[in-house]
Design a protein. Sequence first.
Length: 69
Amino acid sequence: MSISKDEFFKPGKVSSAAKAETTNSIARQIIATEDAQRSSKTERLRLLREQRETETVPAPPARRGKRAS
C-alpha cells in the first residue's frame, strides 16, 4: 500500500461554478425528497379522511315546520 500526498493534504481549489453546481444539485434533491414525502402524506391523510367520512354518515337534520309570524 503506497501513501500519497492526497491522503494528507487538501485537494486543489474547487471552482465557484463547481461549488454552485454541487449546492444546486443537492438542494434540488432535498426539495424533490420533501415534495415526495409531502405528497405521500397528503394522499394518506386524504384516504383516512374519506374512510372516516364513509364510516360515520351524519343523520340528516330534523325538519321543522314553519312558524307563524
